[in-house]
Design a protein around this ligand. Structure first.
Ligand SMILES: Cc1cc2nc3c(=O)[nH]c(=O)nc-3n(C[C@H](O)[C@H](O)[C@H](O)COP(=O)(O)OP(=O)(O)OC[C@H]3O[C@@H](n4cnc5c(N)ncnc54)[C@H](O)[C@@H]3O)c2cc1C
Length: 396
């Protein structure tokens, strides 16, 4: 086992941290209040190679390992969950899925511009009647010659109004239950496509989330990702990558909670001493510290498995579940430590608490991951290699 980060990884962390401190921290309170961020941020993320950090160079990426993606996510979420969510969706759920399942032509057409940050990718699985229960989706794609005609609706889709390309899941044969779901690459410019943001979100307010509508959208057969009926399997393998980025981001959120709380603990005095010197307050800091290190170990172990090309659904689910729960608790305690001041926008901790909730819901709720882990230990579930695995690192 090697717990050291390489020099390249350390440099990457420093670069992202500097970017976050200079370009995100000074503006995030305003962006969160206004419900959106400066769109030039995308170009700056791309210029640093952060839009395709673990995509091979031959497909427009930086060619770094999978733990480098975790570093990017950890550092971005230290700034705000909206930016990590954007990378989770663009790289974790979309680009890595194209890398794993796409044809060479699809990689040339869609992956390269996404990895370079020239185009943005997103992921449309959830529907008004189907979240945890993926097989309950209603979207339907009917084949007619060389095209599929897609009809349906998606909801709670990150980057709904921003992304250029979406990986979308729809039934091609409802009689086959989840074996009848197929994945498609849908372009925003395809006639019949439209999107609409959801207003009034509890957290991740700087991020864009909303609905997608497909009204007789004609999708060329060459935009089918994988075979007919492989969509469910592709969606689940995409989540192995998305959940990894969510877990890594949660580590960054705990770090942000710790930074704000330690600072406040030294400044604020009650009963003649700094509040950090009260044991019950120190206990909250100690729990944050424990959650931070436990989550980090779980996350970077998953990255190592990905580097080795080993299936990691079980380990990823555990890391995502635990890191998001620790982050949610750390943010709750960070508000508690700040007392009434934590309950306002004077300090960032209220935003951390609001932001920490969605990751406990998306990419598998806390309950779904609990069930998965119970099923693994009971022997009801086991991971076998997929027909197409994410390429090992170093890339060939
Ligand atoms: C900010 C945000 C961004 C998102 N981005 C995306 C995106 O980019 N793409 C996308 O496709 N989706 C996205 N989602 C949707 C997200 O993945 C779903 O919300 C999630 O899968 C849960 O589905 P649901 O909300 O329909 O809840 P439901 O599935 O209806 O669950 C409701 C409650 O019931 C519990 N529950 C359900 N089934 C069981 C069970 N069998 N046993 C025990 N408890 C159960 C759940 O844990 C939960 O507490 C996003 C959501 C949010 C909040």
């Amino acid at each position: 086992m090697n717990f050291d980060f390489s020099e390249e990884q350390q440099l990457l962390r420093k670069t992202v941290r500097q970017f976050v401190d200079a370009e995100i921290m000074p503006h995030i309170a305003k962006w969160d209040a206004e419900g959106g961020f400066d769109s030039t941020i995308w170009k700056r993320l791309a210029s640093l190679g952060l839009m395709g950090v673990c995509i091979p160079e031959k497909y427009g990426g930086a060619g770094m390992d999978y733990n480098s993606l975790a570093i990017v996510c950890e550092e971005l979420e230290r700034g705000d969950t909206a930016f990590r969510t954007a990378v989770s969706v663009h790289t974790g759920l979309n680009s890595m899925t194209l890398l794993q399942w796409g044809t060479e032509a699809q990689k040339q057409k869609y992956l390269i511009p996404q990895a370079r940050g020239e185009k943005i990718g997103a992921f449309g699985l959830t529907e008004p009647g189907a979240g945890s229960d993926v097989a309950a989706i209603d979207s339907y794609a009917k084949r007619e010659g060389d095209v599929y005609i897609l009809n349906g609706q998606k909801t709670w889709i990150s980057l709904c109004d921003v992304a250029d390309h979406f990986i979308v899941f729809a039934y091609t044969d409802k009689s086959k239950k989840h074996h009848g779901i197929t994945a498609f690459i849908v372009e925003r410019t395809m006639p019949g496509f439209s999107s609409k943001a959801i207003k009034g979100k509890y957290g991740i307010r700087a991020g864009n989330t909303g609905e997608l509508f497909f009204d007789d959208v004609k999708i060329p057969v060459e935009n089918r990702l994988g075979e007919e009926g492989e969509g469910f399997k592709i969606a689940m393998s995409a989540l192995d990558n998305g959940r990894f980025t969510v877990a890594a981001g949660a580590v960054g959120l705990i770090q942000a909670c710790l930074e704000a709380s330690v600072k406040y603990c030294k400044e604020r005095k009650t009963f003649g001493k700094a509040i950090g010197d009260h044991q019950l307050v120190g206990q909250m800091l100690a729990k944050m510290e424990a959650g931070y290190h436990m989550s980090r170990l779980l996350v970077y172990r998953v990255g190592e498995l990905k580097n080795k090309g080993v299936r990691n659904t079980r380990e990823t689910s555990l890391a995502k579940w635990q890191a998001c729960d620790f982050a949610n608790k750390a943010a709750d305690d960070a508000v508690q430590i700040h007392g009434a001041y934590g309950y306002s926008d004077e300090y960032p901790v209220a935003r951390y608490l609001r932001n920490s909730k969605a990751p406990v819901i998306y990419e598998g709720t806390r309950e779904i991951h609990t069930i998965m882990q119970a099923d693994y230990v009971l022997g009801k579930r086991q991971d076998k290699p997929l027909s197409k695995m994410l390429p090992k690192w170093p890339f060939e």
